[in-house]
Each structure stands twice: as structure tokens, then as C-alpha cells.
Design a protein around this ligand. Structure first.
Ligand SMILES: Nc1ncnc2c1ncn2[C@@H]1O[C@H](COP(=O)(O)OS(=O)(=O)O)[C@@H](OP(=O)(O)O)[C@H]1O
Ligand SMILES: Nc1ncnc2c1ncn2[C@@H]1O[C@H](COP(=O)(O)OP(=O)(O)O)[C@@H](O)[C@H]1O
Length: 230
């Protein structure tokens, strides 16, 4: 699709018009010698998303690739902060409107914001790794659409870190499952809130098979090599 056509398609209203920049995605990718994409890790809290994404980030960086890593806990300190973090600086009304918790709509908005940021980063030519629980299929599918429309359909790679709940709960590095079982955290994914497993992820990692973090990160890297991303 011509850039101009794509821009016109993206005009959300008559008053907000897509601006076409001189340095386009192709030029950025050519300079970096790679294609931007989004490697989207999803799974229960404690399944290994952050650790595996981090190990993959190290592997790719050491190989000279330009990468970035967006992580749930970190992003919820800034872009998707909860109301309590926003209130002192911005006031109660603002915090209520824009702060995000863990209700279904809040998670939807969390993933929408991150999806848009990830698409922008991929458009800058970066191999963009993300690690979010992202429990709802519809939200993940929407990100797939955003990323694909901003680039190519193959730019979104869903990685399901399929670790059984019992394993995640036994790890419990932050003590959150214990609190959730005790009723101190409401709407906790896997305990009192749903997790909708991906039906056909590009990659499924078996987190219950006793494989090491590096082995799993290596599986993702191998897939990227095999599919010409890396
Ligand atoms: N109710 C509830 N449910 C799930 N997770 C919770 C909850 N409350 C806090 N936490 C902690 O927040 C991290 C998940 O944030 P995400 O932004 O990835 O969640 S989501 O994608 O919007 O569902 C998650 O981090 P990870 O353990 O890294 O997945 C938890 O540490
Ligand atoms: N493949 C693995 N084998 C053993 N332990 C793992 C593995 N992957 C992650 N862990 C451990 O499990 C815990 C949770 O991992 P983490 O990456 O924080 O999960 P998530 O980001 O999905 O919440 C950490 O203590 C981490 O060291």
C-alpha cells in the first residue's frame, strides 16, 4: 500500500489528519539492517514472560540487533500507572479517568496503549519485545491488528508462555498468589480472574517441561531466524 493511502486510511476524523514524515519506516529499517516487529509474550503472572523476554533481549542485543523491551510491571509505573500514582500530581478526577487497575476494561486500555506504543516502536525498526499478562484474546487480537496495519501481517509474533498455574503459584516470586488466595488481591489472573489461552500463537513455550530460561529464549530466537525476522 502506498504510504499516502495508508495515511488517509488512518485519518480518524476530518480534524486529525495523518502526517507523512520524510524518513519513513523503510529507510529506518534499511539503516538498522532489520525489520521492525513485535514479539508479544503472554501468560499468567509468574509464567516466565519477563525473564524469557529479558534473556532473548540480551541474545539479540549481543548479536547487534536494535531491540527494546516493554514490561508490565515497568509500564504500570508510568504510561499505565494506577490511580494512586497519578492522584498526588494530577488530582482525583484525572486519576480516576486515566489511572489503570486490573478490571477487564482497565486491562483492555492497558493493552491498547501498549499495543499502540509497540506498533510505533516496530515502525521505528526496533525488534520490540513485550511481556504482559494480556489475559483477553480480543485485546491481543486487537494489538495484532494494530501492529499488522502499521506494517506487515507477519510483524506480530505471539509467544504463549504456557506454564501451569500450579508452577506459577509455587514460584510466586512477589507473593501475589498468596495474597490472591487470601482474598487480599481481587481479580487476580488465574485465581479470581480469567486467562484466555491463545488458540494459535506463533510460538508456544512449555513452561512446565523443566526447560531453562535460555533454552526457551533460544527457541524464540530460532523461530525468528527460521522466519527471516532475525
Ligand atoms: N489482579 C492482578 N492480576 C494480574 N496481575 C496483577 C494483578 N495485580 C497485580 N498484578 C501484577 O501486575 C502485573 C501484570 O500487569 P500487566 O500489565 O501485565 O497486566 S494485564 O496485561 O493488563 O492483565 C503482574 O506482573 P507479572 O507477574 O510480571 O505478570 C503482577 O505482578
Ligand atoms: N524456565 C524457567 N525455569 C525456572 N524458573 C523460571 C523459568 N522462567 C522463569 N522462572 C522464574 O519464575 C519466576 C517468575 O518469572 P517472571 O519472568 O517474573 O514471570 P512473569 O513475568 O511471567 O510474571 C522468576 O523467579 C523466574 O526466575
Amino acid at each position: 500500500m502506498q504510504a499516502r493511502d495508508q495515511g488517509e486510511q488512518m485519518d480518524v476524523s476530518k480534524d486529525i489528519v495523518w502526517h507523512q514524515h520524510s524518513v519513513d519506516r523503510e529507510m529506518r529499517e534499511r539503516r538498522l539492517g532489520q525489520q521492525g516487529c513485535v514479539i508479544w509474550f503472554t501468560g499468567l503472572s509468574g509464567c516466565g514472560k519477563s525473564t524469557i523476554a529479558n534473556a532473548l533481549d540480551v541474545m539479540l542485543s549481543e548479536a547487534g540487533r536494535a531491540t527494546t523491551l516493554l514490561d508490565g510491571d515497568n509500564v504500570r509505573h508510568g504510561l499505565c500507572a494506577p490511580p494512586a500514582v497519578l492522584e498526588p500530581e494530577h488530582g482525583a478526577e484525572f486519576a480516576e479517568r486515566f489511572g489503570l487497575g486490573f478490571g477487564a476494561v482497565d486491562r483492555e486500555e492497558n493493552i491498547r496503549r501498549i499495543g499502540s506504543v509497540a506498533a510505533l516502536m516496530a515502525s521505528a525498526g526496533l525488534i520490540t519485545l513485550t511481556a504482559f499478562v494480556s489475559p483477553y484474546r480480543r485485546d491481543r487480537d486487537r494489538v495484532r491488528k494494530i501492529v499488522s496495519q502499521a506494517g506487515r501481517p507477519s510483524d506480530f509474533v505471539e509467544v504463549f508462555v504456557d506454564t501451569p498455574l500450579e508452577v506459577c503459584e509455587a514460584r510466586d516470586p512477589k507473593g501475589l498468589y498468596k495474597k490472591a488466595r487470601a482474598g487480599q488481591i481481587k481479580q487476580f489472573t488465574g485465581i479470581s480472574d480469567p486467562y484466555e489461552s491463545p488458540e494459535s500463537p506463533e510460538i508456544r513455550l512449555d513452561g512446565g517441561a523443566g526447560e531453562s530460561v535460555d533454552e526457551m529464549a533460544g527457541q524464540v530466537k530460532a523461530w525468528l531466524v527460521e522466519h527471516g525476522v532475525f
